[in-house]
Design a protein around this ligand. Structure first.
Ligand SMILES: [Zn+2]
Ligand SMILES: [Zn+2]
Length: 141
């Protein structure tokens, strides 16, 4: 695909075992500064690209999962490559229509921007938040 008007909507894990594609525009991309996202990412925040579940197709590889209760009590399951551990997406049992893709796993990461930063109450004090985004101290739902 060399047509610049059609962004690449495929991605995968670090080792290459997992490949996926997304077949529809995402609903939104959000940066989450909660403690779970900091631990899972090993960084200062996590990114979630909210997608309709039917818009995510795993095209190769087998994912493994891990389930944990969020502070809200909602069960969240993270899906990752069983070989290299790269997190591909999360699902929330209370949100059965959507997945939260980890958009840093896309081959082309140039076309999305987080529209909101959430759980700012837990953010690292040295993490800057850009102007023009929605800002929430806690949970978006
Ligand atoms: Zn992998
Ligand atoms: Zn989070």
């Amino acid at each position: 695909m060399t047509d610049q008007s059609q962004p690449t909507r495929e991605g995968g894990c670090l080792c290459g075992a997992i490949r996926y594609r997304i077949t529809e525009d995402p609903i939104a991309t959000v940066a989450c500064h909660c403690g779970h996202c900091q631990t899972q990412s090993g960084g200062a925040f996590g990114l979630s690209m909210v997608l309709a579940r039917y818009a995510l197709e795993i095209t190769s590889g087998k994912l493994r999962s891990f389930t944990i209760a969020a502070d809200s009590g909602a069960l969240k399951t993270g899906w990752f490559c069983g070989d290299c551990g790269t997190r591909i997406y999360n699902e929330n049992a209370r949100l059965p229509e959507t997945y939260n893709l980890k958009p840093g796993t896309l081959d082309d990461t140039s076309w999305f921007t987080p529209v909101a930063h959430v759980w700012l109450a837990a953010k690292q004090p040295w993490t800057p938040i850009p102007d023009g985004v929605k800002k929430l101290d806690g949970n978006p739902m």
